[in-house]
Design a protein around this ligand. Structure first.
Ligand code: NCD
Length: 306
């Protein structure tokens, strides 16, 4: 059974196909409005979510399907001690496809190993978030026309930010990518990603604590929130939370066609004064996330029927 747990589960060609489908959905929504008639998506969210869960639900509804699920662990039998494996086997009796978010790294993989229907990883702890990466890739493709020869700056919590881990992994397969890692010392990108993704694929990268000094080089600036829920103590969070705040004056030396991205939710990292800058793409990412999830649901359900 085909699932999406890690962004590398899909080849570059398959990602291109998904992006093409999403663009076709944007242009011809009526063509898709009954494609998932009588199909059910189960959203199993053991962690808070606004965009990911609701975009999955909106995606399934726009495909003519329906949605069941829960939005917090304490609304499910997990609160009684049920295992992820048993939950996955149970939901396989009710639904055609699962989107799961869980605080434990690897939980969606365990679900996929036990379900008899496709499972989509909607975020597992501080590990991966492949469907945010799909939304990011669609946004980059629409804004930049492709993925080659881009210098991409990742700024903020690169240690716990799962969207960063998945997007760096995805971009490592394209040529001419350069990565700039901007974070406080304590929130640097985990060394396993530097080794297994950046070094392994010979991606040039540099690390800095200073956003403004690298701003002129960037084609894409991917801002992130400091991941409070993954900290061991509140003091460290309070000390680090406002490390980077993007304001209009910090963009004066940026490229005219810089693409400013953020998976959202934002806390303080981007001042609302930046929202009117034509380079701000984070609400476009939100919308693109719905379309690419429609394409993903279609692909996985089609493959499940083969
Ligand atoms: C991200 C996540 O859940 O990892 N949010 C999202 O899905 N768009 C980013 C975050 O929570 O900071």
């Amino acid at each position: 059974m085909r699932s999406l747990i890690d962004i590398l589960d899909f080849t570059v060609d398959e990602l291109n196909e998904l992006i093409a489908t999403a663009n076709d959905i944007i242009d011809n929504p009526d063509k898709y409005c009954e494609k998932c008639k009588r199909k059910k998506l189960a959203t199993l969210f053991f962690e808070p979510s606004t965009r990911t869960r609701l975009s999955f639900e909106a995606a399934m509804i726009e495909l003519g399907g329906s949605v069941i699920g829960f939005s917090a662990a304490n609304n499910s039998s997990a609160a009684k001690g049920e295992s992820v494996a048993d939950t996955a086997k149970t939901i396989s009796c009710y639904a055609d496809i699962i989107a799961m978010r869980h605080p434990k790294e690897g939980a969606p993989l365990v679900a996929a190993q036990n379900a008899t229907i496709p499972v989509i990883n909607a975020g597992d702890g501080g590990h991966n978030h492949p469907t945010q990466t799909l939304a990011d890739l669609l946004t980059i493709q629409r804004e930049k026309g492709g993925f080659e020869n881009l210098t991409v700056g990742f700024c903020g919590d690169l240690k716990f930010g799962r969207t960063v881990h998945s997007l760096i992994t995805a971009l490592s397969r394209y040529s001419g990518i350069k990565v700039v890692l901007i974070s406080p010392e304590e929130l640097k990108l985990p060394s396993y990603i530097k080794k297994d993704v950046l070094k392994k694929n010979s991606i040039p990268y540099k690390q800095t604590t200073d956003l403004e000094s690298v701003m002129p080089e960037l084609d894409i600036l991917y801002m992130t929130r400091v991941q409070r829920e993954r900290f061991f103590n509140e003091e460290d969070y309070l000390r680090l939370k406002d490390s980077y705040i993007l304001e209009p004056k910090k963009l004066t030396k940026a490229k005219k066609d810089l693409c400013i991205m953020h998976p959202l939710p934002r806390v303080n990292e981007i001042s609302v004064a930046v929202d009117n800058d034509p380079r701000a793409c984070y609400f476009k990412q939100v919308l693109n996330g719905k379309y690419i999830r429609m394409a993903l649901i279609l692909k996985l359900l089609e493959e499940a029927e083969k």
